[in-house]
Design a binder for this molecule. Structure first.
Ligand code: FES
Ligand code: FES
Length: 158
């Protein structure tokens, strides 16, 4: 069967790719575009490792078809830093030792960015609820939450 041609915007750049009908956005990002920061943890919308932002909404890219990316604006973990300059969330994750394994961290960072885009001043409780869909299988969440709240302070310029 012929492939679908998709035109989209990823991390501010116009992007075109070909995909199969049944291919997920996660698979297209990783396999067609070489954007391997988004991870496949569960393939069922349960772990958040594949989190991306589509038209301003946080989604699990394992649950979205790649063809649905047509005309959308997508942000992935690869777009968080500006060149060598880390995003404040990345910097605070480093400083707070919230940087966990390479599997859960990209999704946590993307989800946290979606939170701060929407709520620049979240309470700790709000941050915990927002990130409840991003699972870590081995450590904990306290340092992550602290890093997110600290990054929010920095982004607000306080
Ligand atoms: S891989 Fe998408 S939510 Fe787990
Ligand atoms: S799953 Fe990443 S540190 Fe636990």
């Amino acid at each position: 069967m012929s492939k679908h041609h998709v035109s989209t915007t990823i991390n501010g750049e116009p992007v075109e790719f070909l995909c199969e009908t049944e291919q997920t956005l996660l698979d297209a990002l990783r396999d067609e575009l070489g954007l391997t920061g988004s991870k496949e943890g569960c393939s069922s919308g349960d772990c958040g490792a594949c989190s991306v932002i589509v038209d301003g909404r946080l989604i699990c890219s394992c649950l979205m078809l790649a063809v649905e990316a047509e005309g959308r604006t997508i942000e992935t973990i690869e777009g968080l830093a500006r060149g060598e300059a880390l995003h404040p969330l990345q910097q605070k994750f480093l400083e707070a030792a919230a940087l966990q394994c390479g599997f859960c961290t990209p999704g946590l960072l993307v989800a946290a960015k979606a939170l701060l885009d929407r709520h620049p001043n979240p309470t700790e409780t709000e941050a915990r609820y927002w990130l409840a869909g991003n699972l870590c299988r081995c450590t904990g969440y306290d340092k992550v939450i602290r890093a997110v709240v600290d990054a929010a302070v920095e982004l607000r310029g306080e």
